[in-house]
Design a protein around this ligand. Structure first.
Ligand code: C2E
Ligand code: CA
Ligand code: CA
Length: 755
């Protein structure tokens, strides 16, 4: 096949132009979900009536610097197919496209992909990017950088051919990937290496899960292979066992036969859809989220974005709001984006502005200020496009958007920018009819004054602020407003005002049932009360407030678990028969009080580590961390507070080590940490950080000479763990811990040998 090896750019273009290259799709199947959840785009070339294998022409094109020409053509096919399905009103599933490492040398991969997303108006959420693991070995810089940017734009990144030999697990922690695709080499099972292969597969899957990556197994052909994967907890399969790659027409037919219910009906039924939306909105107001969601999902089946784009946007927006109210920001954003793509296409700038703003708010509630700002700014741009017209609620929306931007820049400490937006907002808030926004405006302004050394101005405006707060009639943001006011009063040392605010909040509290109010607000009030008591130095009420606070935190923790559980339940119902097993397995790994892993999980994770250690050669660290004078905490303050301290310390540790390893509850007041790929220097840094962070929490402990809770830590750092059990290492770490305890506690010791 000399032609392939010597093909010129011109010839390639002719072949592409004549339709010789065709995009095939291979479905990716979720076993648990019993559904096709994605598809990979694979190129087929029929030249002079014969198929040429990709194994031939891909390397040839790569060598001749032409692969990008073909790849960008196939990417475009994928985007255009998604756009077509989108316009038919079919729920999209993501398509994976391949990006060759040579593409990075030939074209601007980021620009090409993002422009396609814009051109076809297909959200990056529906396009996955496959990059083979070998690409990450050399030419690191540009690939890492591009991957980061693609991810920020919203594409998911898949590491292709993972485990095919170039690298090992250590690349996983450097690349910001979302999913790894297990290479089919893993399945070259022969009789001799069957057990070993199984172990490796299990380890890799567990390891990937440990660091939060998804997994797709490729090249699954037999039921034995499938069983191994199921057992190892890998759910998504791409292989001949389920489906071969197929042309678009066949793929279409397959999806239609599988997902009858998902293909929406035509426009004449949209009045039913509208009724569902109206009904759902009412349920949302009553905080009946589950039912609201069911209804809006029924609406989704009826509404076609091509024939009724407005209702479609409305529906997606409402779905987002419901998910947001349920605390699932990610799903919320997904629906806002779906609405957005239609709103932008139809030039509904009011709707786009609203959707951008809602996305920003979700990020706001996640405290991700950078992203929040990005979307609030987009929202502001849409406002400008409305050319200041008398569009519905224009002033109101302009005020809200500017205030949102102001508050976010404020949160980032960029006070100058914050003030610029505040000044913009001022124009709108002074418009007749906007009186209700005045309080929020002035409160933010005063806070800004405080931060920028204009205390007198804040002081001067304060009485007016109090007056506004207490004279307003209908206050939708009552709790937020009061919190802002209270904190301001505290900073201005206006203690009488602070007390008034607190009393006001507590009075309101009694007018509602506990459920109506929600624990978050109660916690907020209690936090303010704590700060207040501290300032006025009233020991007795401080103690009372502390106890009440701890009790609330505990309730909040339990409640959080309940709502999360309810949300999970709901998802399971939607996805039909989900293996109960999976849930159960996760549960028994977790320490109920602190939510970190337990001994059982420690043992499991260590085993995984042991199996793969040596392949990447990094050292591991094992540490034991113990709360100093913990018995005294329980004796003095009660078990409730003891539990709370355990929770706080576990969170402190978890946060510090999250990118390096795992934490496990080992004994009553002991935690074990497993650190991967670390040396003594890194462990020293971690230990110091844990020490400082714990102390800075200022959890009182009279028994300690420092009066606050501290921890002691002992570590071992090793580079060869092949033949050692975790239970053999721990005594050495324990000995270091013992030495610290003996020598006044509140410190750490690290050794790098088992002596
Ligand atoms: P890949 O990205 O790893 O794609 C998966 C390959 O495994 C496909 O081969 C697919 O047909 C094959 N496969 C899937 N399930 C099974 C199975 O159960 N058993 C076996 N034996 N094979 C299975 P294909 O289509 O021949 O492509 C080969 C390689 O060529 C791809 O490997 C990819 O690296 C490259 N390739 C294909 N299309 C493109 C493209 O458009 N652009 C670029 N850059 N590379 C492409
Ligand atoms: Ca691939
Ligand atoms: Ca692959």
């Amino acid at each position: 096949m000399g032609y392939v090896d010597e093909i010129t750019e011109e010839q390639l273009h002719t072949c592409i132009g004549q339709g010789e290259f065709e995009m095939y799709l291979q479905p990716q199947y979720s076993v648990a979900g019993n559904a096709v959840v994605g598809a990979e785009a694979l190129t087929r070339w029929k030249h002079q009536g014969e198929f040429v294998s990709p194994a031939k022409f891909i390397p040839a094109l790569e060598q001749r610097g032409l692969i990008a020409q073909l790849d960008s053509y196939i990417w475009e096919c994928a985007f255009s197919l998604q756009a077509e399905k989108q316009s038919e009103g079919i729920l999209l599933i993501p398509i994976s496209v391949n990006v060759s490492r040579e593409d990075f040398n030939e074209i601007d991969v980021y620009k090409t992909l993002t422009e396609l997303s814009g051109k076809y108006d297909v959200s990056p959420a529906y396009m996955h990017i496959e990059i083979t693991e070998s690409a990450f070995v050399n030419d690191k810089e540009i690939i890492y950088e591009t991957v980061g940017k693609l991810k920020d734009f919203g594409f998911m990144i898949l590491i292709d051919d993972f485990g095919s030999g170039y690298s090992a697990l250590n690349i996983l922690k450097d690349i910001e990937a979302d999913i790894v695709k297990l290479d089919m080499k893993f399945f070259d099972l022969t009789d001799q290496n069957n057990v070993k292969a199984r172990n490796i597969i299990c380890s890799v899957i567990q390891m990937a899960q440990l660091i939060g990556l998804g997994i797709i197994a490729e090249g699954v052909e037999t039921v034995e292979q499938l069983d191994i994967l199921k057992e190892a907890g890998c759910d998504i399969i791409q292989g001949y066992y389920f489906y071969h790659p197929m042309n678009v027409a066949d793929f279409d037919a397959l999806m239609r036969s599988l997902n009858k219910g998902r293909i929406r009906k035509k426009a004449d039924e949209s009045s039913f859809g509208k009724e569902c939306i109206a009904e759902s909105r009412k349920l949302l107001e009553k905080a009946e989220y589950g039912d609201a969601l069911t209804l809006v999902q029924r609406a989704a089946e009826q509404i076609n974005p091509a024939t009724d784009p407005r209702t479609y946007c409305d529906m997606q927006n409402l779905t987002g709001v419901i998910y947001g109210a349920m605390g699932n920001e990610l799903l919320a954003v997904e629906h806002y984006l779906a609405g957005l793509s239609v709103a932008l296409k139809n030039d509904f700038s009011v709707v786009s502005g609203k959707l951008y703003n809602n996305i920003g708010s979700e990020y706001q509630s996640l405290k991700d200020h950078e992203h929040a700002i990005k979307y609030f700014e987009l929202s502001a741009k849409e406002l400008l496009r409305e050319n200041n017209s008398g569009q519905e609620n224009y002033v109101q929306r302009a005020f809200v958007t500017n205030m949102n931007l102001c508050v976010e820049y404020y949160a980032l400490g960029e006070y100058k920018r914050a003030e610029e937006y505040l000044n913009q907002a001022e124009i709108f808030v002074k418009t007749p009819g906007m009186e209700s926004g005045m309080f929020h405006f002035l409160a933010v302004q005063s806070n800004l004054y405080m931060k920028t050394g204009r205390r007198e101005l804040a002081q001067k405006g304060f009485p007016h602020l109090m007056e506004l707060a207490f004279n307003a009639e209908d206050r939708s943001d009552f709790w937020d407003d009061m919190e802002m006011l209270g904190n301001l009063a505290l900073e201005l040392h206006e203690f009488a005002a602070m007390k008034r605010v607190l009393d006001n909040m507590e009075n309101q509290l009694h007018m509602f049932s506990e459920e109506q109010i929600g624990l978050d607000i109660q916690v907020k009030i209690q936090e303010m009360r704590l700060a207040y008591c501290k300032e006025i130095e009233d020991e007795k009420s401080l103690r009372e407030a502390e106890l009440a606070y701890i009790e609330l935190c505990r309730k909040q923790y339990l409640e959080g678990k309940r709502t999360r559980a309810a949300a999970i339940d709901y998802k399971i119902q939607l996805n039909t028969q989900y293996e109960e097993n999976v849930q159960y397995k996760k549960q028994i790994d977790i320490d109920q009080l602190t939510g970190v892993g337990n001994r059982y999980k420690l043992e499991k994770d260590y085993k995984t580590l042991k199996k793969i250690s040596g392949e990447n050669g990094g050292q591991i660290g094992v540490g034991i961390i113990d709360l100093d004078y913990f018995k005294e905490v329980n004796d003095t303050y009660g078990h409730l507070q003891g539990d709370y301290y355990l929770k706080v310390v576990s969170q402190v540790i978890k946060k510090i080590i999250s990118s390096t390893g795992g934490i496990y509850r080992y004994g009553g007041d002991e935690f074990v940490v497993l650190l991967v790929d670390v040396d003594t220097d890194v462990v020293t840094k971690i230990a110091q950080q844990i020490k400082d962070e714990t102390e800075s929490r200022q959890l009182c402990n009279q028994a300690s000479d420092r009066n606050v809770l501290t921890v002691s830590q002992g570590y071992v750092v090793l580079d060869q763990i092949k033949n050692i059990d975790i239970w053999q290492i721990l005594p050495y770490a324990d000995r270091q811990l013992y030495n610290v305890k003996k020598n006044g506690k509140h410190g750490y010791r690290i050794i790098d040998k088992l002596i």
